[in-house]
Design a protein around this ligand. Sequence first.
Ligand code: PRP
Length: 207
Amino acid sequence: MINVALPKGRLGDKAYAVLERAGYPCPAMKEDNRKLTFENPEIGVRYFLVRPSDVAVYVERGAADIGIAGKDILLEYRPDVYELLDLRMGKCRMCVAGPKDFRDDRSSTLRVATKFPNIARTYYSACSREIELIHLNGSIELAPLVGLSDVIVDIVETGKTLIENGLAPLEEIVPISARLIANKSSYKFKADALRTLRANVEGVLNS
Ligand code: PRP
C-alpha cells in the first residue's frame, strides 16, 4: 500500500488529477463527503487529505509515504524528507512586499510581518539587515496598512491581494512550486513502488 498525503484544496485537486493520470486512481475521491481518507485496494493506494502546511509532517513521520508540499513549507520547516520532483504547479513567489513607495534606508530596525519566520530571518541575515520579526498566521497584507510592520514576507501568486491593498512586491526571495516529497525510510523499503510512481508522475508532467 502506498499512502499519499494530499493538500486539501485547489493544489490537491490538481495533484490528484496528475496522480490519477499516472495510474493511481481512487474513485472514492470523487464522492462528495467529508471523509479524510480514500482507498483503492485494487492498486494499493490510499490518499489522506491534509492541511497544506501539515503534509510534510505526515511524510516526515512516515504516516504517509509520499506527499505534495509547497516549496515554501519545505524551506520554512526543513522537514527531513526527500524531494523527488518539481510538479511545476502551485507556482508563486516568496517576496518582500510593502507600500509601493517604500525604500529601506536602513536607519532603523526593519519590522517584518510574516507567516514564514525562518525564510524571512534567513533572507535578511544574508542581507546583513537587522529586523524585528512579527509572526502572524494570515492576512499578512494588513500589517503594513495599519502600521504593525514596515514590510511583509509573503507568497505572491497573482499579485491581486497586494494591489487591492495598495502594496507592491519589493524584492523576490525565491520562486515557489509544489514538490513531490517522500519519507526517507519508505523510499528505501518501498523503493520499487515509489520509484515507479515518481517516474509515472514525471511521464504525465512531460506529456
Ligand atoms: C496567500 C498569501 C497572500 C495571497 C496571495 O494567502 O499569503 O495573502 O495568498 O495571493 P495573490 O497574489 O493571488 O493575491 P492565503 O490565501 O493563503 O490566506 P492567508 O491570508 O490566510 O494567508
